[in-house]
Design a protein around this ligand. Structure first.
Ligand SMILES: [Zn+2]
Length: 504
């Protein structure tokens, strides 16, 4: 997610009150039980604002032990529970599991307190596989959100994510799951292959993860090697595209007085981001990415999925918007494109170690894209009538940030730990500051402590090593230390990382 913020590589916050409890992240090996394939039929009823979903997952037990239950997550349940509590207009949207079956046999299941978790009574021996079919009907809430619909321009935009059932990851003898967290994420991380038939009225344009084609209201989606599929559909979308590093970038945007500028700047920013991140970190695994415009609420600038990013359009749809919205647009787009590297390609546990994807992505946005002179930022400055954006000033910003980081290192300034779960940040620190700001300060200071070349070599190595897999903070540290195990670097690590929370 992209949190709206005005901070720019702030020097670290000085709070270090800690309390300990046991809450280690699971080591991020590949799941021993996982769904290798999903076949999904999803029908969107735009009159009832309702999804009818049939999801068949091919579940394989690659472990040495049998299991008695398979954990299916109907993640929409957690979202809607949150929505009902906070937004009156969402109360008629509910989710209901119609049936779960395997090979034509109906299966029973139990749920705990969190109704997202469906523990299906299905035995699966070591080495065996099965096809599990889940039928659900889920209402789409009226909310400006990553899961919700809005009325825009006399039409509708549907953001469809956090609403498709999936198999939880099974690692180290445990199903891995977390409760819904509205300001962040609680998704699974293993990659799979998705084949989706999505039905919507013919007037709707459909954007989706992976590659898709639409004919007579049916969109066929193929999304291979992805962690999930997200869909955005609207009868008001216009589409434009551009290319970067051989990747096709589709921009689904809405008509407005500013839409020409919005579309041009969104595409340019995505192109520049792809160029820079590919060069610095490594190659993007997919052929295509969709950018979709919608409303995501006042605190959210965007949301990331493999092969699709949602961008908040608040302000742009009005006749007049503050000029600074152009600057925010470059931040939102470069941030969500950055997640294609950290979350999309290198997965991590977004709930237990939110800094690992948000902090590294924030570094790509603020410490990599922002610190390079780009055409998109130059165009943005022009739209904002600003003369400040020059090569000289970009150089100056680089210099100041380097000086700040050196001061932090040499004056032995205090920081705060960042590798805590979303529901339990260190005392006195708010979760978003921990994950986004301090989570970015850590690699930003490491970059200066190690020197740029060594730092980006290490980051590239981390990317290649965990490409389409998942990593933990411990994995990240191991690679950093492989490139620089000096006292200086370890001092930085010790300021930000609490060893009590590292996986073994
Ligand atoms: Zn983010």
């Amino acid at each position: 997610m992209k949190r709206r913020t005005t901070l720019l590589l702030s020097s670290a916050v000085t709070i270090a009150a800690l309390f300990s409890f046991n809450s280690k992240v699971q080591a991020a090996a590949d799941p021993t039980i996982k769904a290798t394939n999903y076949n999904m039929t999803v029908k969107l009823n735009t009159r009832k604002n309702q999804l009818t979903e049939k999801v068949t997952m091919h579940v394989v037990n690659n472990g040495n032990e049998p299991v008695k239950n398979l954990l299916v997550r109907n993640i929409a349940s957690g979202v809607l529970k949150y929505d009902h509590k906070h937004f009156k207009a969402t109360r008629n949207a509910t989710t209901s599991v119609k049936s779960i079956s395997s090979d034509g046999q109906k299966l029973s299941y139990t749920t705990g307190k969190d109704k997202s978790n469906l523990f299906v009574n299905k035995n699966l021996n070591a080495g065996e596989s099965t096809d599990l079919t889940v039928n659900v009907v889920t209402g789409v809430p009226k909310r400006q959100d990553r899961f919700g619909y809005q009325n825009i321009n006399g039409g509708k935009v549907y953001n469809l994510s956090f609403c498709f059932p999936y198999l939880s990851d099974y690692r180290n003898g445990k199903w891995n799951y977390h409760p819904y967290y509205d300001a962040g994420e609680n998704r699974n991380s293993a990659v799979s292959n998705f084949h989706v038939s999505f039905f919507a009225p013919k007037s709707y344009k459909v954007a989706a993860s992976g590659q898709s084609t639409t004919k007579n209201g049916k969109t066929t989606i193929t999304a291979n090697n992805m962690r999930e599929v997200a869909i955005a559909a609207s009868n008001k979308f216009k589409v434009d595209h551009a290319y970067a590093n051989g990747v096709r970038i589709n921009d689904y945007y809405l008509a407005s007085k500013n839409s020409k500028q919005y579309n041009k700047l969104a595409l340019m920013t995505a192109q520049d981001s792809f160029h820079i991140f590919t060069k610095k970190i490594g190659k993007y695994p997919y052929k295509e990415i969709d950018i979709t415009e919608g409303l995501l609420g006042k605190d959210t600038g965007g949301m990331e999925y493999p092969g699709l990013i949602m961008i908040d359009a608040s302000g742009f749809l009005q006749k007049k918007h503050p000029l600074d919205r152009y600057n925010e647009l470059t931040e939102d787009v470069s941030h969500e494109v950055g997640h294609q590297w950290f979350y999309g390609t290198v997965g991590s546990d977004e709930y237990m170690e939110p800094w690992l994807d948000e902090g590294l992505t924030n570094l790509l946005e603020n410490g990599v894209y922002d610190l390079a002179y780009t055409k998109s930022k130059a165009y943005c400055a022009k739209l904002m009538h600003s003369k400040f954006y020059t090569r000289k000033n970009v150089k100056r910003a680089n210099k100041i940030l380097k000086e700040n980081a050196n001061q932090f290192i040499n004056k032995n300034q205090k920081a705060s730990y960042i590798n805590y779960p979303v529901n339990n940040p260190p005392k006195g620190v708010d979760t978003e500051d921990m994950a986004y700001e301090l989570g970015m300060d850590f690699p930003a200071v490491l970059k200066v402590a190690m020197g740029e070349t060594k730092f980006f070599d290490a980051l590239h190595d981390y990317y290649q090593t965990y490409y389409l897999k998942q990593a933990t903070t411990q994995d990240f540290l191991n690679i950093i230390r492989k490139y620089d195990n000096s006292k200086k670097v370890n001092n930085v690590i010790n300021k930000f990382i609490d060893p009590k929370y590292l996986s073994e």
